[in-house]
Design a binder for this molecule. Structure first.
Ligand code: FAD
Length: 256
């Protein structure tokens, strides 16, 4: 779209507001239409009987995404939206169903055909500080062979206590099956050794380290699958209290 054009944006939620602001920054005349009497959509609040309720978003799950959004909009995120520590974070459900419950200090997970999760116990845990592969029983999601009966029967949910410094690595097979020109796969063993060697890095640096190693391994070979990875690291100073205790990095490298 070119400068000076008139644009109508329907909906003043996070997406509509961001789009409208971006188009304004690019010199377009923007009109924003919002069906509610106020902007904000799911991120707005409603006051009832003296109490304020969130209309949707309860806490910020993806701060890195908002940082990126504010940068693109040429806005000062720190000044407009300072981060606040949340004292009662309860449960986070990851896209593939893993539940991180900081109140109970437990991680509950299941597996429906995706690559098993890697777990490296924190320094304070009794278990050996090496990568453990967590692969509960389960059937591939979406196989409609018997109305879902077999899926329900085979799916095993497991749960484990979390410890300070614990690290969880969830990834798609595009990470471990990244291939070099000789058709060798990067593999689980390489990924596990990398995680063990660099587990003490902050999760964003660990993510960079893993991606760099994969790039170096693959060389010029074309990417054949998507690469998605979630790193969850329990704060080393966490003492079981339900404060912000997880440092999470999510990376998605789309298929080239
Ligand atoms: C209960 C709940 C909890 C959530 N918790 C979290 C969380 O903890 N962390 C997190 O990151 N995300 C959370 N989310 C998600 C997050 O709130 C949404 O992803 C995000 O706010 C969506 O923004 P949006 O602009 O796409 O849509 P919305 O916020 O839904 O905005 C759409 C806007 O468009 C308006 N509209 C619709 N149709 C029309 C029309 N025809 N004409 C004019 N206006 C129209 C609506 O009134 C609304 O204001 C939560 C969502 C819900 C519902």
């Amino acid at each position: 779209m070119s400068r000076g054009m008139s644009v109508a944006v329907i909906g003043g939620g996070l997406a509509g507001l961001a789009a409208a602001r971006l188009l304004c920054v690019r010199g377009m005349a923007v009109q924003l239409y919002e069906a509610n009497g106020k902007p904000g959509g799911c991120c707005a609040t409603t006051r009832v009987g003296g109490y304020t309720f969130n209309d949707g978003a309860l806490f910020l799950a993806l701060p890195a995404m908002l940082e990126h959004l504010f940068r693109r909009l040429e806005l000062d995120r720190g000044a407009l939206l300072p981060w606040r520590r949340i004292s009662a974070l309860q449960r986070t459900v990851l896209p593939e169903g893993t539940v991180v419950d900081l109140d109970a200090g437990r991680m509950t997970y299941a597996r429906a055909g995706h690559t098993p999760m890697m777990y490296l116990p924190g320094p304070g845990c009794d278990a050996l500080r090496e990568v453990h592969v967590l692969a509960p029983e389960g059937l591939v999601l979406g196989l409609k062979i018997d109305g879902g009966e077999m899926f329900e029967r085979l799916l095993a949910e497991e749960s484990m206590k979390m410890h300070p410094g614990d690290l969880y690595v969830l990834f798609t097979d595009g990470i471990t099956e990244a291939m070099n020109a000789g058709d060798d796969c990067f593999g689980e063993t390489r990924l596990a050794r990398l995680v063990e060697q660099h587990a003490d890095l902050p999760s964003d640096q660990l993510r960079e380290r893993v991606l760099r190693e994969i790039d170096a391994f693959v060389g010029g070979a074309p990417q054949h699958d998507d690469m998605t990875m979630i790193l969850l690291k329990v704060d080393a100073a966490w003492a079981g209290a339900p404060a912000r205790a997880i440092d999470a990095e999510i990376v998605q490298v789309a298929e080239r």
